[in-house]
Design a protein around this ligand. Structure first.
Ligand SMILES: *Cc1c(COP(=O)(O)O)cnc(C)c1O
Length: 474
């Protein structure tokens, strides 16, 4: 069905009925395999497309051959049955990419999830006593050990963790927050909105750039339920700024008998500087500084599944666990399986860069990525064909997910540019065609080039990438 008029074009009246279509040998065989309902739907939508083409005088007679009809309907059935989520190549340079599902899970977690998917598991069953158990008991114990906290609990994501803390500790009461921390994070996470949804009243203190201990002191009154600190994540204020040290807020909170919670966002379980990465607040340090509760995400720097992790004082965590919202925000068995497996890896921090996928990606040295880029450049140039210039280039990767927005990781990759005089001009058509691949290849377009950061390309995925690029229609 091309754009131009067709000679001997089929008229709408010559189209077969749905019933005749379904009786055609290839279509009947398809229905026997895939089921009548799906094939009927596909046949109907294909007929509609044929009718539109016929009305436009653009339907070639060959389109109505039984084999052609069968193939077209089979393609529609395949498209309708294909899951929406597809593996893709993340060559954006952002390792923890929220749009791509953040942390890729390590094999240990994948294996644990497969088991939990296929088989009944002792999710809430204590194998020692034969009695009912708590689903997040083991993960909570590991989190407490790894952070030095008295207790821990697990919910669906960090936004849920914050909602639970606010609802359980501060419903209809006041929560004191510095104006410099009233942030919006991607995906409509706005602190004032979360407060309202959880039924807590926000009391803002200080100014956007400067907040002092006296501001907190003056804001605490009989209705104060909680002091809250929020890590600004992907937002930095520079220049004339002042904030109060966590330990100072903690001391004030203790003196006035008010609990103190910190939303760390990404939050690392170990000091990333030991792996040569930029410093990011460590959960255990914040606990040691005196925070009563700390919340953070499971799928950011921690490198695990989507989850909201809360560690802190035993009595406060018990109040969270008793809140009815805890039941509504609890995690499923697949999350528990993945989380337990990932936390187990943290028991051997020396091995973490090999075993934890996100850390392996974050710590890849530029020299290794550069070697990969120089090796792959000619191969990529060959599959893209003439019309493109492919060169290895030094690049800067980002951690992503709000961790260290200013910091970059020295990386390398490929710049793909249009050769002089090639038609159509511009790199956007190539970018679009790479997005349309079975396993899409996602880079970044800037300065008339497509930049493919190879930090997240595993060595055993190189052949698959080249094969995929070879299937491109453009
Ligand atoms: C990312 C982030 C959140 C939201 O966490 P999710 O796990 O995505 O729900 C909340 N607070 C801060 C400071 C964050 O960085």
């Amino acid at each position: 069905m091309g754009a131009r008029p067709v000679r001997d074009a089929v008229r709408p009246g010559q189209l077969p009925s749905v019933d005749r279509l379904l009786r055609l040998e290839p279509v009947a065989a398809l229905a026997a395999g895939e089921g009548h309902t799906l094939v009927l739907d596909a046949a109907r939508s294909h007929l509609e497309a044929l009718r539109a083409a016929a009305l436009a005088g653009r339907l070639a007679p060959a389109t109505l051959e039984p084999a052609a009809l069968g193939a077209a309907i089979a393609a529609r059935v395949a498209a309708a049955s294909r899951p929406r989520l597809r593996a893709l190549f993340n060559l954006t340079g952002t390792v923890l990419h929220t749009n791509f599902g953040r942390a890729p899970l390590p094999e240990a977690a994948v294996a644990a999830v497969l088991t939990a998917m296929r088989s009944p598991v002792n999710l809430e069953f204590d194998l020692d006593t034969g009695r009912r158990g708590e689903r997040d008991r083991a993960a909570a114990r590991a989190l407490a050990e790894l952070t030095g906290a008295e207790a821990a609990t697990v919910v669906n994501n960090n936004a849920a963790a914050l909602v639970l803390v606010l609802h359980a500790l501060a419903a209809r009461r006041e929560v004191v927050v510095s104006r410099g921390e009233l942030i919006e994070i991607g995906g409509s996470f706005r602190l004032p909105d979360i407060m309202r949804a959880a039924g807590a009243r926000l009391v803002e203190v200080g100014t956007t750039n400067r907040t002092h201990l006296a501001d907190y002191q003056q804001a605490i009154g009989p209705r104060t339920a909680l002091l809250l600190r929020v890590h600004p994540s992907n937002y930095v204020i520079r220049g004339f700024t002042a904030e109060v040290a966590t330990a100072e807020v903690a001391a004030l909170a203790r003196e006035r008998g008010v609990p103190f919670a910190v939303d760390l966002g990404s939050g690392a379980l170990v000091d990333l500087r030991r792996y040569g990465l930029p410093a990011e607040p460590v959960v255990g340090d914040v606990v040691a500084a005196g925070a009563d509760l700390v919340t953070f995400s499971g799928d950011k720097l921690l490198g695990g599944p989507q989850a909201g992790l809360i560690v802190g004082r035993r009595a406060l965590v018990a109040r969270l666990d008793r809140d009815p919202l805890k039941r509504a925000l609890r995690v499923g068995k697949l999350t528990i399986a993945a989380l337990e497996a990932v936390l187990a890896l943290y028991r051997a921090p020396e091995r973490l860069p090999e075993r934890l996928t996100t850390l392996a990606l974050l710590t890849r040295p530029r020299a290794a990525i550069w070697e990969q880029a120089t090796r792959l450049a000619p191969a990529v140039a060959a599959v893209l064909g003439c019309g493109y210039l492919v060169t290895p280039e030094p690049l800067e990767s980002q951690i992503g997910s709000g961790a260290q927005p200013g910091a970059t990781l020295p990386s390398a990759g490929l710049a793909v540019r249009r050769a002089a005089g090639a038609r159509p001009a511009g790199i956007e058509p190539l970018n679009g065609s790479l997005r349309a691949l079975e396993r899409p290849v996602i880079g970044r377009v800037a300065d008339d080039a497509l930049w493919l950061d190879l930090r997240c390309l595993a060595a055993d995925d190189e052949a698959a990438l080249l094969a995929e690029l070879g299937r491109r229609h453009a």
